[in-house]
Design a protein around this ligand. Structure first.
Ligand SMILES: Cc1cc2nc3c(=O)[nH]c(=O)nc-3n(C[C@H](O)[C@H](O)[C@H](O)COP(=O)(O)OP(=O)(O)OC[C@H]3O[C@@H](n4cnc5c(N)ncnc54)[C@H](O)[C@@H]3O)c2cc1C
Ligand code: FES
Length: 275
């Protein structure tokens, strides 16, 4: 009897590579076999002869023709991925982990707060929400980047998505502006000042570097969100991705299996969540 080996990746062609910033690229991928994910789940991407790393797809879960991942150059594997070109082949396995619980978001005002490459998973979530926008009250997307040239999905965030629907709004900020930037300057936490949201009927979703997640979560609590209204995407170091190796342990949880999406009240007592 043949037993499916969960570690065997699906052969996947690179359809296109888009330069987002000097350190971030979006890869458009077409797996040989269908690989359907839900917003918030992650995949393991294998680079032949180099190794593998986890990434959260950034494209719409409803787009079955391709899957996009937006990857920051951080070290060995991601450095090699950044050298890949259209027509090259990688491996994908997954999807793994828990997705954003969209049924719990229905009828609510949804606040998305993303920083840097953390905007990648939120793009998949945003596109899923926009696909069924009638199910939600409205969506406020707060986007933070270090400088104007570090903004990813620039055409969408600064233009296309802003015109999508009157229930969708954006607050975009950069830590440090340049001569051309006419928008807001300040850390992403400053976009949470003067929120015109009925907090009782709202959920907030945060994704970004650990330090950004920590201060954004604390600010959300300060402005009146309860712990059980905040959802975090925890990108802990991972290896197997399927709850076997223990690399991603967080208290009683494995981030790969029980997350990466966690409601904050479930993990707020675990010390190492911001490491
Ligand atoms: C569930 C999940 C989803 C992710 N989604 C994305 C994504 O959509 N886009 C993206 O660019 N990155 C994402 N990451 C992070 C990405 O997996 C790491 O940047 C990558 O594994 C680094 O591999 P490397 O070999 O290039 O770096 P290494 O040579 O292994 O390390 C370089 C540096 O990066 C740090 N690092 C290694 N792994 C991680 C990690 N998992 N998280 C944070 N820092 C790490 C190391 O501590 C070291 O400082 C995600 C991580 C997880 C766990
Ligand atoms: S990555 Fe192996 S248990 Fe989570």
């Amino acid at each position: 009897m043949m037993i499916d080996n969960p570690y065997v990746p699906i052969k996947t062609g690179i359809l296109d590579v888009i330069d987002e910033t000097s350190t971030i690229k979006t890869f458009s991928l077409v797996p040989d076999k269908p690989l359907h994910f839900k917003a918030g789940q992650f995949i393991e991407m294998t680079v032949p002869g180099m190794g593998e790393a986890p990434f959260t797809p950034s494209s719409s879960p409803y787009d079955k023709s391709k899957l996009e991942v937006t990857i920051m150059k951080a070290g060995r594997v991601t450095g090699r991925i950044h050298e890949l070109k259209k027509g090259d082949v990688v491996g994908l396995r997954g999807p793994y982990g828990k997705e954003y619980p969209l049924n719990e978001f229905e009828g609510k005002e949804i606040l998305l707060v993303g920083g840097g490459v953390g905007l990648a998973p939120l793009r998949a979530l945003f596109l899923a929400l926009a696909h069924d926008i009638d199910k939600y009250k409205d969506v406020l997307f707060c986007c933070g980047s270090r400088t104007p040239s570090d903004i990813i999905f620039k055409d969408c965030i600064l233009d296309k998505w802003q015109k999508l629907d009157k229930r969708v709004n954006f607050r975009v900020t950069v830590d440090k502006k340049d001569d051309q930037w006419k928008g807001k300057e300040g850390l992403v936490t400053t976009t949470l000042d003067n929120l015109k949201i009925n907090l009782k009927n709202s959920v907030a979703v945060v994704c970004g570097p650990p330090i950004m997640m920590k201060f954004t979560t604390f600010k959300l609590i300060e402005v009146g969100y309860k712990e059980d209204q905040i959802y975090l995407s925890m990108e802990k170091n991972m290896s197997c991705g399927i709850g076997k190796c223990g690399h991603c342990r967080m208290g009683d949880y494995y981030a790969c299996k029980d997350g990466p999406v966690f409601r904050y009240d479930k993990i707020s007592n675990i010390h190492e969540i911001w490491d």
